[in-house]
Write a protein that binds this ligand. Structure first.
Ligand SMILES: Nc1ncnc2c1ncn2[C@@H]1O[C@H](COP(=O)(O)OP(=O)(O)OP(=O)(O)O)[C@@H](O)[C@H]1O
Ligand SMILES: [Mg+2]
Length: 372
């Protein structure tokens, strides 16, 4: 293992479920996943992140303190992974740390910005490794959405020379990448992934998520509510587009449901169909032949969601989904690997964004370097 060129990727997504850490090597466009590690996020930090994510409740002191706590946590996750794999700082070229998004405002009437916290200086100081962070803001400086950033990585490792592939990442938010045989790459956020399913499940069952979608499977979807949820402004926007907790959150969902006489389980069933249907519709709207569809992200473990996604795709005469495991990468580690790769792109001085995806005016090198 020693003497190989290794990168670490750290990802903590919108779901705030855990910090995912991977160690990978890259050779000839092939990625080798050396190991992975999942670091839990203490309840207090999770609750602080949720507070910081709520527009209107701005608190600079809490922001700075949580930036610090998360910096420590990301460093701990890196050290745990390094110890698990018997790697030391000299073995690691760089750690790519996405950070925790607490606010994402795509460019529009107001200026665009995207704020990720988890002090990279601390990660560098504690691990002794260079850290690359702040991946989104350069793309936004060139007028882009700063999101999604994973399509470039999907193209790098999942591109097929004769098939058009779609990769669906079902994290808190769902995003898709369209990978064409000629190297063409598009992509955008499709709307909610697990975010509403998790929020509703936490409110009514006090569990972090609806394990395998079993609770939702006991309910029946409500057609009127489904139609109402689909009228969200986000679905009227054309790409490039990105979204986050600002658009889809428990408060919004409660507003949509509080006057309705529908059981919580039926609402959960409706949310599963809503999530599945809006993803399938985004792919259908591309109006182009798709050969294969692969799914990554934690949503793949919600069997009810996946069942409904396959039904929604079939209804629109599109192929059934497969796991990215069938093309070489376990679905729960794809995002973290993407940030290891983006760190490599930064070190190699190569662009990390795809202007056709983010809407930026040009390709550009993403991320800042924090030396130990
Ligand atoms: N066994 C399971 N049953 C149902 N859902 C699951 C299961 N395991 C994971 N999940 C879902 O996956 C989510 C975590 O997925 P993931 O880590 O890909 O999202 P994320 O951290 O928000 O990433 P992103 O950056 O893509 O938004 C959990 O919050 C949960 O909703
Ligand atoms: Mg996660």
């Amino acid at each position: 293992m020693k003497n190989t060129v290794t990168f670490i990727g750290l990802m903590s997504g919108t779901s705030i479920d855990s910090i995912d850490a991977v160690a990978v090597t890259f050779a000839h466009k092939k990625l080798n996943l050396l190991g992975n590690y999942s670091h839990s996020i203490p309840a207090k930090i999770k609750s602080d992140i949720l507070t910081l994510s709520e527009p209107g409740l701005d608190n600079v002191q809490l922001l700075a303190e949580t930036d610090h706590s998360l910096g420590e946590l990301f460093a701990e996750a890196s050290l745990a992974l390094m110890s698990q794999l018997n790697l030391n700082s000299k073995d690691i070229v760089a750690i790519g740390s996405h950070g925790q998004t607490i606010r994402h405002q795509p460019p529009g009437i107001k200026p665009g910005f995207s704020l990720q916290i988890g002090n990279p200086n601390q990660i560098a100081a504690v691990t002794g490794c260079p850290v690359i962070a702040d991946f989104r803001r350069k793309d936004m400086a060139y007028g882009g959405q700063g999101a999604p950033l994973v399509p470039a990585f999907h193209r790098e490792i999942f591109h097929h020379p004769s098939k058009t592939r779609v990769i669906i990442n079902i994290g808190g938010i769902s995003n898709i990448s369209i990978l064409e045989p000629n190297g063409g790459c598009r992509g955008f956020d499709t709307g909610p992934g697990n975010i509403l399913l998790d929020a509703w499940c936490q409110k009514h069952t006090h569990k972090n998520y609806d394990n395998k979608g079993q609770w939702g499977a006991t309910g029946s979807h409500n057609v009127a509510l489904l139609t109402q949820l689909k009228s969200h402004n986000f679905f009227h926007r054309t790409g490039p587009k990105s979204t986050g907790r600002e658009d889809f959150n428990l408060g919004w969902l409660e507003q949509q449901t509080h006057l309705l006489d529908i059981t919580p389980a039926d609402i959960q069933a409706t949310l599963a169909l809503y999530t599945a249907d809006t993803i399938a519709q985004s792919i259908a709207d591309l109006a182009q032949p798709i050969d294969e569809i692969f799914v990554c992200g934690g949503g793949i473990f919600n069997l009810e969601l996946i069942l409904k996604l396959n039904e929604s795709l079939l209804k629109r005469t599109m192929p059934a989904i497969q796991s990215t495991a069938s093309i070489g990468l376990e679905p729960n580690w794809v995002e973290a690997c993407a940030f290891a790769w983006l760190a490599k792109q930064r070190i190699d001085m190569k662009p990390g964004n795809v202007p056709a995806v983010t809407g930026a005016s040009r390709e550009t090198i993403l991320g800042c370097v924090y030396l130990p």
